[in-house]
Design a protein around this ligand. Sequence first.
Ligand SMILES: [Zn+2]
Length: 1048
Amino acid sequence: MHSLIRACNCHVQVSQDLCVADVWATNFGVAANAERILDLPAPELEEAIRLDTWDAIPDGCEEDEDPHCIEVSWVSHPSHPSFSHHTVSPSFVNIPSAQSFSPSLEVWTFKHALDPVQSRGIACVERRESVLLSAPTSAGKTAVAVYAVAMALHEKKRAIYTTPIKALSNQKFLELGKLFGGQYVGIMTGDTVIASDAPIVVMTLEILHSMLYKQARDPNLMDDFAYVIIDEAHFLGNVERGYAWEEVLILLPLHVRLVLLSATVPNSRTIGDWCSRVRTEPMHVITSEQRPVPLFHGVFRCGPPDYFSKKRRSLFSIMNPPRNFFKPWNLSEAVRQRAIILQSQPKWRCPYELLPRFIGRKGQNLKQLMAGLSASVRVADEGIIEVRALDCDVEREAKLRVTRWLTNQGALAKAPDSSSGPLSLQVEDLERLLSLLWYRKQLPTIGFCFDKRMCERIALLLAGGKRMDFSSNAAKSKIHARLQAGLAGLDERDKQLAQVKHCCDLLVRGIGVHHGGMLPLLREIVELLFADGLLPVIFATETFAIGLNMPAKSVIFTDVVKFDGRARRMLNVSEFRQMSGRAGRRGLDRAGYVYIMLHSDQILQQPATTVLTKLYTEEPSEVVNCYRMRWASLLHLISAGPAHVYAMLSRSLQRFTEPTVAMSRQQEARRMVKVLQELDFVDKSGVTLPKGLLACHLFLAEDALLVADILIALRGFENYSAAQSFAICAAFVAEGSYNDRLKISDSAVCEGLAICRKVAAKLAAKLHSHKLPCCTKCKLLNPISADVLGCDGTEMIKTRLNPKLCETALQWASGRDFTSAVLSSGVAVGGEGFVIRALRRLDELMREITFVLRHDLASPETARRIQQARLLVRRGVLAAPSAYLGEAEDRVAEEIEEEPPWPSQTWPPGYQGTVDAFDIGFSQASCSANFHQPPAPGGPNDILGLAKALIDGRVQPAQVNPIKIHWFRHRYYSLDNRRLAAFRLWRLLDKDAKVPVVVLSRNQALRERWLRKFTTGFTGGRKIRITQTDRFVGLTREQSTFGSSLWS
Ligand SMILES: [Zn+2]
């Protein structure tokens, strides 16, 4: 068997002798296209198959034996030594010599001169070929993207610009609007949809990802698009989200050209090579490692500057342009000095022998010690105790308690000063560093912290005592004006939120804070103020370094250790470079400055010199592929045709780079398919069952399987109010740890959550029985302990059903104001932004759930109830529009609009009449050929027999029991498939043949286990496979009542 999936854009199998082809077309156009290709003369068809199945080459075959690709490489450029251009191309495309790659710039002119990277990239775009640009931040990659957009407009086609985060999408929307005119640009993120039909659409990559899966239903969806620009393409290697990038690259139709913008990664050529082969198109990989603005690297040694009397020095130069020689002696001197200072300073260092008693079992003792205080106490390297709290008084009290405990144990000779304390970061050090930067004229600066609370706290400490002020009077009044305009959208009570007050207080003094816990509106105001040069100092988390085009003159790393959701770990080289890259503004600064604050001679129990040397000198890690098949992807692929699953796996980057690992993934995917079959998401023959289709509609749910099961277990929220269903669904979107004593005031919600937990436990057990992990923390992930099953799904229930925000969602959906909704559920101050983010995600998820209720669960009433509640939920801070969207706000399409009225069914329940057999849909994907009992007295008991008897007139239609039908998703479905099949056979010969029917009410259908068992086999018009009955009925796609036009 050969396959021709890519060429035909649907699954096609061709027999070895090329005589028989099997087409699973998604619609008429696709089928026609497949037919056209299959009509080709044998040699041409063979060639098409050969091009389509490069990955069918047996494993172990070396790449360079592959005859389908030619590679051309032009390394180095006279004026740009680190520049390289590498091309991989299928053999049927001619790649000209390097000289011919000079752009004509016919469709767009730039104000500034283009550097070699830019002009080469643009030349590739002009050849209408895909290009991957791998260069450091601020190297001007955007110029190529802008040119691609201009090309699309010139050709009267459309372009998509994707980014990894919403904030960057907003920024790009504004930028592209300024360049091309606002009327040409639209945006689609989870929060906002503006002019989604505009020629240029900015969207988050996840939106494009779900669009491409929808393409399975609407193959013309991508027809207008000529270019897709993927910003931050190195996200391909992201453990959590990389799969979406990979699937997008594989699924994008071939007529779309790609512009991939990526940070420098060492294996960009491999990625380009893979892309070219997967997509059978030429791929240009242009790399440059040269930064347009050179960087100075230094280390700031914390502690008093005059500690070493000879030299008052705390800044140590580590690497200087132009040669960037690494100076290890300076680094070791800094570390040595810091070690001496640390030794002589009294600190809350808990001796190792006391540690177990200090912490206690599961942290019991520590919890007791800190009872009633919202402070976090952590034991860091060498037993140093770190005490942190948002409130200074709380922190002082916490430190006092620790001191008392240590003194009682006799572990503390001399108590440290409780005002500064043994923090890993002291405010005096920061103040000193900032003053130094100010003195050296190296502001504005971005201070990166890897902890949102730390970020907030640093800012608070700097604000406390009004010690630092970087803002001139003129700037102050500007900031005031901007704040007033920006916050105008908030209502009075929300303006009183502690976070808003703190933030404004700081902003006026030229200090900004930027992290995920902030109100989105506030965060955007900070970004815009910074972009306009009104904030000399900003403390930000890592997100600030992703894509947002907000460079500064210098960058400070307040720490080099971050918590990545699983463990505290060292920054890796790529992250370090990405963040350092924010220093040095192109066209403004002659150089950028990067400083690491050195707090200890030990970093994560390793000598600081070793760790930092690695950070400075090592190459960034390769983009490692960690493709795992997700449940949602799997379901989508199966519903597009089972062969797509294996097609996807065999095209994965991993298959290309690590074939053996990829094989084990394939095994895993097989087990996953088995689970889907056992849980009735798909049937044995691989047809998606309605439950599977339901899950397909839940793009946003982290775990579509679980949410689908829960929706069914809760009977589509039939017995819950809208607010209660919001509260229950909040458990699907909340993140982070929660308190066990969490109270939920509504008993129905508690019961609902209990049902959810039961469903989750069952699902976890099912997954474990197939040796599949239930969550990322599941022990099964470790292959060595695969048979030591320590997992009972608790961890999965904790993370997937996190009740943290249920009460907040309940209160908010019941109409209480934000402040009291948040306070009543005990969300910590400083976390308001997280609540908003979660509530917005909840709102998005509810949109999908209403769709599911309406279309998959046939509960339009509940859907309408929830839809109305969504209108209510989108108010106040939640509805505050993005500051970036500005004037475009008027064009915001009201996203929640009543869907077209639910078509009323033609007959009331209980109606008996006759109808054409082809007007009824089958309720099951398959049925056997024989009846359990003869359908008509004395009649035959198989489908073909009954059909013949009807044709002969031996059996009258009236003698056959009426067929039970139920109105569902725009049409009637039959519950009596065998009888319907027989009537259809009769109808094929006799145009006037009619079926006697009786209409069931929803309750009757339920009682017939129609909804509960979910055996209805409509497949969204995608694929027709009525496995046994089609032998008799012999349906073609056009004849089928499942034809796609009915589903529009
Ligand atoms: Zn598990």
